[in-house]
Design a protein around this ligand. Structure first.
Ligand code: IMP
Ligand code: MG
Length: 176
């Protein structure tokens, strides 16, 4: 696979502009209150690091690792908690940061996990991308940058078999 077969969906400039918009909304919502941002590895790492640099409240970052993919472009339909060690989130404003909500199984798993284990002050789910059309659960992100079609996307954290996360834009593959 070569980057010449990729079609750019969102440029670096479009992504960065949208992140600033989203961050402004969050800065207003949290109004200076402390936030615990939970980045879902590996896909959300690029988005999370850009987003948090636009947030102005006291903030801690946590990282968890979940996986539902078989390696290529197919989801296994089962979410695995590879590493979900978290600090005490009772009475905290929790902001989950994901790369994409597709079926919503990962988001649901994570939200259920947090609700079962903690009484947070607030729990918000933020995703770079929202693939509403493929949803199999009733989960909706509270914040997202772009709604996307049912295409396999790569770049800006999203991978194909581990590759392409480093592209500064979001693209899709013409043929996989
Ligand atoms: P869900 O559990 O089906 O909502 O899928 C969530 C996870 O699947 C995301 O965190 C991504 O890691 C991965 N995923 C879903 N769609 C894509 C895509 O188009 N490209 C890359 N990864 C994807
Ligand atoms: Mg992911």
């Amino acid at each position: 696979m070569n980057t010449k077969d990729l079609k750019i969906l969102y440029t670096e400039e479009q992504i960065q502009a949208k992140i600033k918009e989203l961050a402004d909304e969050m800065n207003k919502f949290y109004n200076g209150e402390e936030v615990v941002a939970i980045c879902v590895l590996k896909g959300a790492v690029i988005f999370a690091t850009d987003l948090v640099r636009n947030l102005n409240m006291p903030l801690k970052m946590e990282f968890i690792r979940l996986s539902s993919y078989n390696g290529g472009t197919t989801t296994s339909g089962k979410v695995n908690a590879v590493d979900i060690s978290l600090p005490d989130l009772n009475d905290k404003n929790v902001l989950i940061i994901e790369d994409i909500v597709d079926t919503g199984l990962t988001a649901k798993f994570l939200l259920d996990f947090i609700h079962c284990n903690f009484h947070t002050k607030s729990t918000k789910f933020c995703s770079l991308l929202d693939k509403k059309i493929t949803r199999k659960t009733d989960v909706e992100p509270d914040y997202y940058c772009f709604e996307v079609d049912d295409k396999f996307l790569i770049g800006y954290g999203l991978d194909y078999d581990g590759y392409y996360r480093n592209l500064p834009y979001i693209a899709y593959m013409e043929k996989v």
